[in-house]
Design a protein around this ligand. Structure first.
Ligand code: TTP
Ligand code: MG
Length: 364
C-alpha cells in the first residue's frame, strides 16, 4: 500500500508573525511590502504611502477578500484596519527548517516542495488508512507543540490527491482519501483544484464545457490531447486520480528559468533591459518561494532568424539576491555580440541550485 502525506502550513508567514506577536491574534494581519508614514503618526490611510504586494495574510484578513499577490494599496482599501508587517524571510526560513526536520523524522522519504510544504512517503509507517489518519494527527500535534503553528494535511494514495486533500480543509485541516475513494473525492471539485491548473487552463476547459473534475475525468483523452498536447494526457490522468510520481528524497532542481517572446522583434536596448529586469524578478520570486539559492545566472536570446545564444556565469559561492540576477543577466546581454540583429525571445535562468537548508552553504 502506498501512502503519501502532504503537509502545508497555514498562512505561513503571517502565522509565524502572530505566534511571535501574540497581540496580533485574531486580527487581520498582512505580511508584505513596506508602509511609510508620510505624516509621522498619522493614521489616515491616504497619508500612508504603501508599496509592494501581499505575500500572505491571516485567515481573518482573507475574510475581507485579501489574498497573496494583491497590491497592498488594494488590500488597504478592503481592510483599512489591517496590521501590515514587513517580510522577515530569514525568520520564516529558519522556522521552515525546524518544521522540515520534524517531518523528516516521520517519513521514509520526504520531498520539500516550497518553504512551507512537503510530501512524505509514509507507506512503511502505517498498515491501514485508519492508522494513517492517527499518524497524520501525531505529526500535526508535534508541529503545534514544538513550533507553535498549525498546518493542513492530506493523506492519499498519491501526490496529486494528497495535495488536493491538504487544501480541502484549511486551516488546521486533516483529510484522508482512502484508496478506492479517490474518484468520488475528486468528482465534485472544480478543475482548478488540480495542481498546475491555473486560470488559463481552467478557462479553456470551461469553453469545452468542463468545470468539474468529474467532467474532465470522463472527457475523451484524445479530445484533451488535441487541445492541450501531452499536457492533455496528464490532465486526464490527474482527474482520474492517477499519479505514479514518487516522492523524490533529495529534490534536486537543476535550474529555473522564465522567458518571454516579443510581440514584435526588437533590438531596442531599453526594451531588452526592461525585459531582463522583469524576467529576473519572476525568476527570483519563484526560487525565493521554493527556498532555493543559486550559483549560476544565465541568459538566452533567440534572434529573428531563430538562432539561439545562451550565455551563463557561475560564481564561487551561492547567492540569494535579486540584484545579482539582474546585474549578471544584463551584463551577459551587453556582452552579446550580435546586437545588430533583432531579438525575438529573451530568457533568464538560474542554475546550480540548492535548498537554503543545506548546512554547508555560505550565502553572500
Ligand atoms: P502558501 O502555502 O501558498 O500560502 P500560506 O501558507 O500563506 O496560506 P495557506 O494557509 O493557504 O497555505 O505559501 C506559503 C508562503 O509563501 C506564504 O506564507 C507566503 C509566501 N508566498 C508569497 O510570498 N507570495 C505568494 O504569492 C504566495 C502564494 C506565497
Ligand atoms: Mg501554506
Amino acid at each position: 500500500m502506498k501512502v503519501i502525506l502532504h503537509a502545508d502550513m497555514d498562512s505561513f508567514f503571517s502565522a509565524v508573525e502572530m505566534r511571535d506577536h501574540p497581540e496580533l491574534k485574531g486580527l487581520p494581519v498582512i505580511v508584505g511590502g513596506e508602509i511609510r508614514e508620510e505624516n509621522g503618526e498619522s493614521t489616515d490611510v491616504k497619508a500612508k504611502k504603501i508599496r509592494g504586494v501581499v505575500s500572505t495574510c491571516s485567515y481573518e484578513a482573507r475574510e475581507y477578500g485579501i489574498h497573496s499577490a494583491m497590491p497592498l494599496t488594494k488590500a488597504y482599501k478592503l481592510c483599512p484596519d489591517a496590521k501590515v508587517l514587513p517580510v522577515n524571510m530569514a525568520l520564516y526560513k529558519h522556522v521552515s527548517q525546524e518544521i522540515m526536520a520534524i517531518l523528516r523524522r516521520h517519513a521514509d522519504k520526504i520531498e520539500q516542495v516550497s518553504i512551507d510544504e512537503a510530501f512524505l512517503d509514509i507507506s512503511t509507517r502505517v498498515s491501514d488508512w485508519r492508522e494513517a489518519k492517527d499518524y497524520a494527527r501525531l505529526i500535526k500535534d508535534e508541529i503545534l507543540e514544538k513550533i507553535g503553528l498549525t498546518c493542513s494535511v492530506g493523506v492519499a494514495p498519491n501526490k496529486t490527491v494528497a495535495k488536493i486533500a491538504s487544501d480541502f480543509v484549511k486551516p488546521d485541516g486533516l483529510t484522508v482519501v482512502e484508496e478506492g475513494h479517490v474518484k468520488e473525492f475528486l468528482a465534485p471539485l472544480n478543475v482548478n483544484r488540480i495542481p498546475g491548473v491555473g486560470p488559463k487552463t481552467a478557462e479553456k476547459l470551461k469553453k469545452m464545457g468542463i468545470e468539474k473534475i468529474s467532467q474532465l475525468a470522463s472527457c475523451n483523452v484524445q479530445t484533451l490531447i488535441a487541445k492541450f498536447g501531452n499536457y492533455g494526457n496528464k490532465l486526464h490522468k490527474r482527474a482520474n486520480g492517477i499519479d505514479e510520481r514518487e516522492v523524490e528524497e533529495e529534490r534536486e532542481r537543476k535550474s529555473l528559468s522564465r522567458e518571454r517572446t516579443f510581440a514584435e522583434d526588437t533590438n531596442d536596448a531599453s526594451v531588452l533591459n526592461a525585459c531582463v529586469d522583469a524576467l529576473s524578478e519572476e525568476v527570483y520570486k519563484a526560487i525565493e518561494k521554493e527556498g532555493f539559492v543559486f550559483k549560476t545566472v544565465g541568459l538566452k536570446v533567440r534572434f529573428e532568424d531563430f538562432r539561439v545564444l545562451t550565455r551563463a556565469k557561475t560564481m564561487k559561492t551561492f547567492h540569494s539576491d535579486i540584484s545579482t540576477i539582474k546585474r549578471i543577466a544584463k551584463q551577459l546581454m551587453t556582452e552579446e555580440r550580435y546586437r545588430d540583429k533583432k531579438v525575438r525571445l529573451v530568457g533568464v535562468r538560474v542554475s546550480n541550485l540548492t535548498l537554503l537548508d543545506d548546512k554547508q552553504m555560505r550565502i553572500v
